[in-house]
Unconditional design. Structure first.
Ligand code: GDP
Ligand code: MG
Length: 164
């Protein structure tokens, strides 16, 4: 069986955009506003002759802040159970949020490898100073990417393959 990698994170950080970029096609629905119910979506990714299955998590409905948090946790827990490696995505434009911190606590407890991925780093070059606050999550090093522009993808895929 191919190793499973799950993309986890609060709504609107760019999980589906990343998923679609890596899948090379538009499978997952990208929304400007969080809250569209989406099914879990799988794709096979091949990189440098090796393969894994990537899962995009979604399905969050904005009944209330609590509901979002609940569903996000449940979704993340399921993904964590299934996956060998977690891509935990945060958003450089929004910065570090309370929801990010909640997810990080749960992911750290899981003991699974977590790759902290900072999306929406749209410019090539030096890492913007804002990105450094994500080190406060206590998950180690960060991988900067831009899912819209396809930046940092090779480095992130190489990092994923280090774990299996
Ligand atoms: P999800 O809820 O985490 O799946 O997020 P989506 O993939 O639906 O994206 C939410 C919004 O962020 C959309 O408007 C995307 O176009 C935008 N977005 C995603 N990735 C990037 C990125 O790398 N840079 C910028 N500037 N916007 C992005
Ligand atoms: Mg999505």
């Amino acid at each position: 069986a191919k190793p499973i990698v799950a993309i986890v994170g609060r709504p609107n950080v760019g999980k589906s955009t990343f998923f679609n970029y890596v899948a090379g096609k538009r499978i997952s629905i990208v929304e400007d506003t969080p809250g569209v119910t989406r099914d879990r979506i799988y794709t096979e990714v091949e990189w440098r002759g090796r393969k894994f299955t990537l899962i995009d998590t979604g399905g969050i409905e904005p009944y209330s802040e609590n509901k979002i948090m609940q569903q996000m946790k449940r979704q993340a827990e399921m993904a964590v159970e299934m996956a060998e490696v977690i891509v935990f995505m945060v958003d450089m434009k929004d910065g570090l949020t309370a929801s990010d911190k909640e997810v990080a606590v749960m992911l750290r407890k899981s003991g699974k490898p977590v790759i902290l991925t900072v999306n929406k780093v749209d410019r090539v070059g030096e890492l913007p100073a804002e990105a450094y606050e994500f080190y406060n999550l206590g998950l180690g090093d960060i991988m900067p990417i831009s899912s819209v522009h396809g930046l940092g993808m090779g480095d992130l895929l190489d990092e994923i393959f280090k774990y299996f």
